[in-house]
Ligand binder design. Structure first.
Ligand code: ZN
Length: 264
């Protein structure tokens, strides 16, 4: 099931996106839900729209936090001159960094080196703490696509990554949350990015240093996770800088493609 949030006329509303996974967006529809599926379950209404007649917004604005994971792909750690860490390395992005699919991101005036990072994002469904590996599935609501935008210059000069990874717009999320993704599929799931249509990253979750369940479990030992919290699971090699006017597409196999426009 694909859970999105959309704007028709008034307030953002949750909906279920329906249609074949490989269909053109013009063939997809969205059925509005009653209330917030994170707290009230999935309750469809009789209101249905063509997907192209509504505007999707970020499928979730985390109520408390986005937890990122640094250097979780060996080839990406290497391309930035870093070693693979012995234990997973976490950082936080504020919820004010979230923007939705197809939304513009204004590059910060204080950075000349903003990079894209395509990532699989875990969306938490229930309050939890100290989650053992075998219970991780019980606390996950679903999965979406993230672009962990990072100001490399500020990442080098600042003591912490708060500004480099937390500026307004630094966390595009979407286009929707897939609730039935098999993240342990044999061979992994492809994680890709394209800049102006040209492929830049093409990795697979099979190459992650720490797996998705390991990350959720380890993060829950540090933080109580709340419904709607988001975990970014790291990025494959091929990251690079972007400029105003460029379009970045981040894609995770089995979920969809998140498009972001950059501007100054
Ligand atoms: Zn990242």
């Amino acid at each position: 099931m694909r859970i999105a949030r959309f704007v028709d006329q008034a307030e953002p509303t949750y909906g279920i996106v329906e249609g074949p996974a490989d269909a053109d967006p013009s063939e997809l529809s969205i059925t509005a839900l009653q209330g917030d599926p994170f707290f009230h379950g999935v309750q469809p209404t009789d209101q249905k729209h063509r997907l192209e007649d509504v505007r999707l917004v970020a499928p979730i604005i985390p109520r408390s936090k986005i937890v990122g994971v640094g250097r979780n792909w060996a080839d990406h750690a290497k391309e930035l001159g870093n070693d693979v860490p012995a234990s997973p390395q976490f950082f936080l992005k504020p919820n004010t960094s979230v923007v939705g699919p197809n939304e513009p991101v204004t590059l910060p005036s204080w950075s000349d080196e903003v990079s894209y990072e395509a990532e699989l994002a875990v969306v938490i469904g229930t309050i939890c703490k100290d989650v053992p590996l075998e219970r991780v599935d019980d606390v996950v609501f679903g999965y979406t696509v993230a672009n962990d935008l990072t100001a490399r210059d500020a990442q080098r000069t600042d003591l912490q990554w708060a500004r480099a990874k937390g500026f307004d717009g630094a966390c595009p999320l979407g286009p929707w949350i897939e609730t039935e993704l098999d993240v342990e599929a044999a061979g992994g799931l492809a994680v890709r990015s394209r800049v102006d249509g040209e492929t830049r990253q093409d990795g697979t979750t099979a190459d992650m240093v720490f797996g998705i369940k390991e990350l959720v479990s380890a993060i829950s030992e540090a933080f109580t996770l709340l419904p709607g919290d988001v975990i970014l699971t790291g990025t494959p090699s091929g990251v690079g800088l972007v400029e105003a006017g460029q379009r970045v597409e981040c894609e995770v196999e089995g979920i969809g493609t998140l498009l972001t426009h950059l501007r100054r």
